[in-house]
Design a protein around this ligand. Sequence first.
Ligand code: NAD
Length: 382
Amino acid sequence: MSAGRPFLYLSHADVVAAGVLDAARCVDVCEEVFGLLASGDYLMGGPGKNSHGLGLVFPASSPFPGMPLAGPDRRFVAMPAYVGGRFDVCGNKWYGSNPANPGRGLPRSVLTLTLNDKDTGEPLCLMSANAVSAARTGAIPALASRCLAPGSRVLAVIGCGVVNRAVVAAVMTQQPALEHVVLHDVDADASELMAAWVRDTYGVRADTAPTADACVAGADLVSVAASRRTPLEIASGSFADGATVLLSGPMASDDAFWCDSRVVYDHVPLHQEYVREAAAAPDRGAAYDALIGGPLYRLIDAGRVPPLEGSVDLGSLLSGRVPRPVDPDARTVVVACGMAVFDVALGLDLYTTAVERGLGRALDLWGDELPPTAADLRPTRS
Ligand SMILES: NC(=O)c1ccc[n+]([C@@H]2O[C@H](COP(=O)([O-])OP(=O)(O)OC[C@H]3O[C@@H](n4cnc5c(N)ncnc54)[C@H](O)[C@@H]3O)[C@@H](O)[C@H]2O)c1
């Protein structure tokens, strides 16, 4: 118990029962969090309070047979945050990603989220966070699309995994005129499967495309969320005039793609922190290579793209501090890299519902005893 609140374990089934698949609700929670980001009522990791998270850096080789080695999409990352407003809670998302997981019948990335009382540090909840993370990741491009490309009719989907399913679910709540979804994945079965899901679930036309370039041609909205298994490159000339390209995962293109687009970041201070961290890393270029915004940061360093300072982000657009752009022929690129504030806020929302509905399993941190003191923790001699 923390200040009268139970400590719960929520399995994936509990998180679903608490409403994580209600995409409209997840979008609303994320919009609320953008308001807190814009006002400053939040903390993320590090002294600059804006770090995406702290990752384990696996070596290319190791004398220790058990140590994980570097590879595409192999990582462990801890993502702590405090979220203010009605949430007023601390939490940490912790995940490991391994592209070999699907061969073991597991998702590529396995995520858990812990919520803690902000004052005492006592845990409120340990929950399965795969669905939470996907839902909040999908909500951001959906909000961006409402803001930047209302009335879109054609959505191109690059990468048919967990994240883009959540993107489609969330975009459907914000784009009532959407009538056609075109999908591409290097794994043709994945795109066929997802096309069938789109048709069955939303009753809109859904087709697959053999290449990423063919997929994006003619789309008002493009959602990119491919894993790093196979490098993804799309030529700037392949996009329709005025397309809004929503990047939740990495993508390479020619310089014209970045230099000739209007760029909207999810949260400018997050990207400033990425650049600071890359500058402090042993190899700045390698650090950029690992980041969705890496190609932009390179062009900013070269003075070919406007600096981050003064750039537009979703918090300032959604809160109305910055007017929404109006030029319909300009291509827009939205770079959304993921922030723990969304996981923590959505996690608290689901925890609150779980408490109300009696979901989950109560956990007992201290047992029947009072919390241990230093004297209780003196080592015993054997
Ligand atoms: N921005 C965020 O907040 C955020 C959050 C979670 C994940 N992600 C990123 O989103 C991406 C997708 O994550 P996921 O959990 O859906 O992964 P996933 O493994 O479930 O699915 C990824 C899909 O991408 C496909 N793919 C790989 N390379 C491709 C290519 N070159 N062209 C087309 N398809 C390709 C794979 O075959 C797979 O079907 C990853 O890059 C991940 O790091 C971003």
